[in-house]
Design a protein. Sequence first.
Lengths: 308, 494
Amino acid sequence: MKKSLFTKTLLVAAISVGVLASCTKQNDLLPEAIPQSKSASTSQTSLATSYTITFEGISSSYKANNTSYGDNAYSSWTGTQIAPYVHSPSNLKFAIKGAGGGSPVDYWNGGFVVSDWNYKSNISGKTGDWWYSYLNQCSVYSGTHGAKNGGYAGSSNFAVMFGYVDSYNSSYATRPKLDFTSGSGVVEGMYVSLSSYTYGVIQNGNAFGSGAATPLKDVAGGTGYLKLLAYGFNGSAATNNGDPVEIDLARYNNHLPVAGPLTSWTYFDLSDLGNVTRVEFNIEGNDSGSYGLNTPAYVCIDNVKVTL
Amino acid sequence: MKNLKAVIFLKLLFLFTLIASSCKKEVQVKPSISGVSQEATILNIGDKLTLAPNVTNTKGNSYIWLVNGKETATGQLNYTFQATEAGTFDVTFKVTNKGGTDQQSFKLIVEKPIVISLADQLNVSMCNVLEIMPVVTSGPDREDYEYEWSIGDSIIGKQLKLSFISPEAGTFNLTLRATAGKQSVTYTRKIAVKAEQYVKNAYTVLEYAPSPGKNHNWSIIGAANNWKYGDEYPLAYNEFLTKAADIRKVNANAALFLGSWGGSATFKFDHTVANVSGKTDLELTAFCSLRDQPAVYVAYDHNKNGMPDENEWYELKNDDFGQEDIPEYEMTFTYNKTETDARRIYSYFNWRDNQLSPASGEVITNKTFTSSMTTAGAFSNRGFFPGLNVADNATKQAVMLDGWRSSFSRKGKRLSRNLTGAAPFFQKLNLDIDMAVNKRGENIQLPGIDFVKVKKVIYPFQQDLNTGNVMMDYNMEEGRMLQVGSILDKHLKD
């Protein structure tokens, strides 16, 4: 009897949490029941709720604006700088490194910005490699060119991550991260797609490194690759025994693609990282030289699924 | 009477003076010869030398020239010597007058002509060394012989013996010029170089001795990052070498993962790579930074036994040569165990060095089954001790394949270095066989090379902001481990 009452109480509490969440959050709050296979049998975990963070319907103050460069993502911007986006109620924060501390920040230091740009080729007045340069860094290579429907499943908004750490910059750079401003949760996964800048350079190469523009398919004897890695941390402790989970953003063998380049939104399973307070990301590739990675280290993410 | 006496006296005085005067004119002074060098003059056959000494007191002189005591000319102040045969000649100049005789000797040495015996026709296959050993059958007894071999305007040798090798087929005019003293002689021979088919890459792997580390993958023949896509070959040791050769023969980029400090591999060309003067001869592709390039050793198969002998190895000197802080470092790696649970596999190995206060550690590879499968459905060897393999997905039983050892040591020089900021990448190293040195750093002239050994000798340290920029040992970190791809003969045409 006691057990039955307790179970009912938990059920009411769970429904209340769900209703509360639905009432207080914007369109990107899509609570989902945890699939049975991922539910534990304890009453405690049965309370867990999943959210899919879609970035839709959020204020423009969180988004890269003015141009697809994201002018408001830099300290030189004279207007109001892009604000960190903290999803509620998960408290998962998407921000430029150092943002929220009161001082202006610069996107070139890495981090996340929300965007709805999707220029996939040059726009009027732009020539050359503009569409795959940093001047178009906030565009995703998805959807209909310029139609602002490049997000997952044709949605508008998504986030653009920039940053990486390698042996060249390890003494001063840190990995871009998603962290829970309070509490913790399981970042189950997310959809990823290449930015226009990264995709264009993968296809056409750029003049970094050797000075010759080499498409990724021709790097390292036809075995070029670019991959996204995610590391979990719960406080100061690494989760998943310190091992990252990873997904190929583009990979070639014998000059032919064996994975990607990801121009359609592809699910990146992060569940092996377990319960975390933050997830750190890195981008690795073998189009690199004495100054490190040559491929632009951007990736677009959308529909981030979090279980609390 | 008094005047008569005076006249007589004057006459006698005049007569005496006249007689005295007449007697003085008759005294002859003997001639004197000068301007004769005491040093021998060296001549070659065919030379002419005019001897022209200075003579004083020439009145009434007679002149005689003698060669080796035999009179050859008279009555002339100068003498022209014609060198018609080799030998040592004393040319004596003798001057005589009533006052006496003077003589001086010129020492002339007519040297033997240089005669060299050299085969009329020379033949060799492309990328093979032909030892050309001419014999000097005649020549001056001198120590200053010099030789110069050339083809066209290219000098290819400066010793009498020539180790001839050509990466190109064809017939060439090979010229030997020998000099000794003032002599110079030139011989020209045709040398025919027969065309052969060779592979530019040193595809044969004679020895593979990797050093493990975090996520090191001993089974890679290809690209380490393609472990999932078919570049793993978990085979018994000898089969692995055979497979590596088969793949590298058709795909020069297929790399081996040498790993952490001490890891090495020995490769063999199917021909001898010519050491072309003034040019780099090899292009080696390696994954490393600009500050931890591998040590490269080369060997020429002097005794033609098909294998590199210990005394045939020489290091190609680079900026790191002689910079080692531990000349005889040694690390011993020992496989410990592999365990599994429902989701994961855990594999352990230990390492220990040979220092007075030994450093040691344990490296644990743990990975989920789901993230460790190749696209072909095999369990990846990434992170496993060399030779360790899980062949059965059902049991997850790890076994050491034949020919691989569960404990081994790597030895050699160690250069400890802070590599902070030095990004590793696949880079091409252009190597010159002329940089071959022995252990004392002395240059060794090799006609070419047949074998290449590549070894990681830099022991890396690195600072990382994530760990507080404390200098840390990065030897076992995946990104610092050495991979070696193609080793190309730069002279061989496609």
